[in-house]
Design a protein around this ligand. Structure first.
Ligand code: LRH
Ligand code: MN
Ligand code: MN
Length: 424
């Protein structure tokens, strides 16, 4: 389904007067107003192919309706998201949940839709049909060299798929770990993982990055071989400059100060980027900003400050992606909410008075420092996002547009009620 631009324009004109009143207030009060708007226009967030169908949990999945049945339809869903927001112009594929067939045709379709391919993800956390070996006891850290080799080869194949599609990063989440004390020699597991990663690293094209994601637990419940940012950072440092640490917000122990982790990784040029989501307990994969929007804002505060300090570009020098999906919401609406929450946190961070904050910090004015950042956090920046969307030809209110244009029912008409997203 392709969105009719005229319908978006007509919805936008309905809400225009109210928007103009709201934006005027912000124009008058934000000194760097135009700079903020242009940064918001530039800021794009990749959509993971697996979030376009309902995610489910280990206890079951309640399928949605009109889910995309193949990569082409997944691209179409991302294009819908992008037409509504002009904030998500790429898709991240997961191999083998997505297996590209005709690379040229896929690239052409993506470019017709104004999209490109973000990082490609490998998968050695599941056995695939017909596989004559098992990842039950791990993959890249496995004690058996042949199984490690299979996992290495899979990652190299994923690079090859991505290369043909124009991706520039391999994203690796290694589920390898152990469930019981005594099961695993930690040092041996780490050394084998490093050796396996070195083989994969050798196959990376020069202009690629290698994202190494960490996760504190699950599917294993005693140890995980890449459990935290220290372990990922150690591997990334030993591997070389192309290897960097990926932060998935749901992959930390409760209470972790994620913003401080982000600040230090950025300082060391080792921050790959993000998998945005939110959680109350652990890897809940809830909509970004749905539980703790203040944490998201504090993370963006460190990002903006750190990227500016390094003279790096916000939009392109870090990999921004959503990794959230759930059982109960329409996946497109859910992703629209995540995109909105991420960009709100970014906008709030952009309007912090950095000079005043540095002054307060250098004079130990604790209450003042808190007030400065909370002043930005408590500003209603929703009209800034709406203005950025208006200027880029997107919808003033994406979720309202999704519902008034009855997009899900249009997709059901095309794909049927019971279509199931591949890989889920
Ligand atoms: C692991 C993880 C990882 C992806 C995705 C499917 O929990 O977040 O980023 O592979 O799940
Ligand atoms: Mn993730
Ligand atoms: Mn996860």
């Amino acid at each position: 389904m392709i969105l009719d631009k005229q319908k978006i324009d007509s919805l936008n004109s309905d809400g225009l007067t109210l928007h103009q009143n709201k934006i005027q207030v912000l124009k008058d009060s934000i000194p760097n107003f135009e700079e903020v708007i242009s940064k918001l226009v530039d800021f794009q967030i990749a959509i993971p192919s697996w979030a376009l169908g309902t995610g489910g949990t280990r206890f079951g999945r309640f399928a949605g309706t009109g889910e995309p049945r193949n990569i082409e339809e997944k691209l179409e869903d991302v294009a819908l998201l992008n037409d509504l927001t002009k904030s998500c112009n790429s898709i991240s594929l997961h191999i083998p949940w997505d297996i590209p067939q005709d690379y040229d045709a896929l690239r052409a379709k993506a470019s017709d839709l104004g999209l490109h391919f973000d990082a490609v993800n490998s998968n050695t956390f599941q056995d695939q049909k017909g596989q004559d070996f098992s990842y039950k006891f791990g993959s890249l850290h496995h004690v058996n060299k042949d199984i490690r080799q299979k996992a290495i080869e899979h990652n190299i194949e994923v690079i090859q798929h991505g290369d043909k599609l124009g991706s520039k990063a391999l994203s690796l989440w290694l589920s390898d770990g152990s469930d019981f004390p005594g099961e695993l020699n930690f040092r041996g597991a780490f050394e084998r993982t490093l050796e396996s990663l070195q083989e994969i690293y050798k196959a990376l094209p020069d202009d690629w990055k290698f994202y190494i994601e960490y996760k504190c637990f699950e599917p294993h419940f005693y140890s995980t071989t890449i459990a935290d940012w220290g372990q990922s950072y150690l591997l990334a440092s030993k591997l070389g400059p192309k290897a960097v640490t990926l932060v998935d917000l749901g992959h930390h122990l409760p209470g972790a100060n994620i913003e401080q982790i982000v600040s230090l990784l950025l300082m060391e040029d080792k921050l790959a980027g993000f998998h945005f989501n939110d959680s109350k307990y652990s890897d809940d994969d809830l909509t970004a900003g749905s539980i703790n929007p203040y944490q998201l804002f504090l993370i963006f505060h460190e990002l903006v400050e750190g990227l500016d300090h390094k003279g790096k570009r916000h939009a392109t020098d870090i990999g921004w992606m959503i990794d959230a999906s759930h059982n109960v919401k329409d996946p497109i609406e859910d992703l629209l909410q995540s995109v909105e929450a991420i960009k709100l946190a970014y906008a709030q961070a952009l309007i912090i008075d950095q000079n005043a904050l540095t002054g307060a910090q250098n004079n130990n004015k604790v209450a003042l420092a808190q007030d400065i950042i909370q002043d930005a956090y408590r500003t209603d920046v929703r009209p800034l996002l709406a203005e950025a969307r208006l200027r880029s030809g997107a919808a003033l209110s994406p979720i309202k547009a999704f519902n008034s244009l009855d997009i899900r029912n249009e997709l059901v008409k095309e794909r049927g009620l019971h279509s199931v997203a591949t890989g889920l």
